[in-house]
Design a protein around this ligand. Structure first.
Ligand SMILES: [Zn+2]
Length: 317
């Protein structure tokens, strides 16, 4: 019955068109190879504990010096190039100079196009949101410690992947040497951004990702409003990677608006930089910001997304 032939032809044409259409619709990046490299949650958590055992790491304190030593020794073992960028800032309470040091750890330092992965590594002088002990000891496991621990863990994997760009880990000092609302935040990142703008190096930062509070037990990373406004492409690219990896801790929605170290990077250095920050962390600025409120799995999750993202990111192409 010839009448049957026509529909079956139509079905074939439809199927073929569908296949062609799907192939066109799928973004090229969905074919990016899934890395066979995974962060070690236990080891990452061990680094977090090690950093927290130092105690408070306030800018200019002995704890900060010990932490610098720990970081430098750690990354030297991996054969990285490490630079220190130091300057003095006036202490907000007594006006005395405080030595500030940003640390820059470079992977493949010869690459001219680079990605900036950064975090602050100083801790706030007081846990001033703590209802019972606003003048207690602030350890800053998540707020200050998590970025450091994560970068220490990433050091084990950077040589096993092929990032699109050269990679720098930058540890900012003086993010929150603040005793009152009037005190200035972001001293280290502002200095770094101004130096980059006024003394352009031979390389350029294509984009940046700031990590702040990425180790909380119940990690939730929403897109942050200033990141979307100032660095939409970078922000979307990170969450796209997480989505393809089916990482449910990255939620593809804007929630908080946060002033953080990414502002000077975007506004002064013009490096499009997004902030990965879990702003729902309940121990924020309290005495409870301890390793027990954090988890190695959260650190490893963020680390795995970053490793994958580093191999597939292409900004402005
Ligand atoms: Zn803080």
């Amino acid at each position: 019955m010839p009448s049957l032939k026509a529909p079956s032809d139509r079905v074939t044409t439809f199927v073929v068109s569908l296949v062609v259409l799907l192939a066109v619709m799928l973004p090229a990046t969905s074919f990016a190879q899934q890395l066979n490299v995974t962060c070690d949650a236990g080891r990452a958590f061990g680094y977090l504990e090690q950093v927290c055992r130092i105690g408070p790491r306030i800018s200019g304190s002995d704890g900060m010096l010990k932490q610098q030593q720990l970081i430098i020794e750690h990354f030297q073992k991996f054969g990285c190039e490490i630079r220190a960028q130091s300057f003095d800032a006036a202490h907000p309470v007594n006006g005395q100079p405080v030595r500030m040091t940003n640390l820059i750890v470079s992977w493949n330092p010869r690459a001219k196009d680079r990605v900036l992965l950064c975090c602050h590594y100083d801790t706030r002088p007081y846990p001033d949101r703590d209802f019972f002990r606003p003048r207690g000891t602030f350890i800053g496991a998540n707020d200050g410690g998590s970025g450091v621990a994560l970068f220490m863990e990433l050091a084990h994997h950077l040589r096993q992947i092929q990032p699109t760009y050269g990679v720098d880990f930058v540890f900012f000092d003086g993010e929150e040497l603040v005793y009152s609302d009037r005190d200035k935040y972001f001293l280290g990142s502002e200095y770094f951004a101004t130096w980059y703008r006024d003394h352009p190096p031979e390389y350029r930062y294509v984009c940046g990702v700031l990590l702040d509070m990425v180790g909380g037990r119940r990690l939730k990373l929403y897109q942050e409003r200033n990141s979307v406004k100032l660095a939409r492409e970078v922000t979307q690219s990170v969450w796209d990677t997480a989505k393809r990896m089916r990482i449910r801790e990255f939620i593809d929605r804007v929630k908080h608006e946060v002033r953080d170290d990414h502002l000077p990077l975007n506004q002064i250095a013009r490096i499009p930089t997004c902030d990965l920050i879990d702003f729902d962390y309940s121990a924020w600025h309290t005495t409870k910001d301890l390793p027990s409120a954090c988890s190695g799995e959260s650190l490893a999750t963020v680390g795995n997304v970053l490793l994958q993202w580093l191999t597939e990111v292409r900004i402005g192409e």
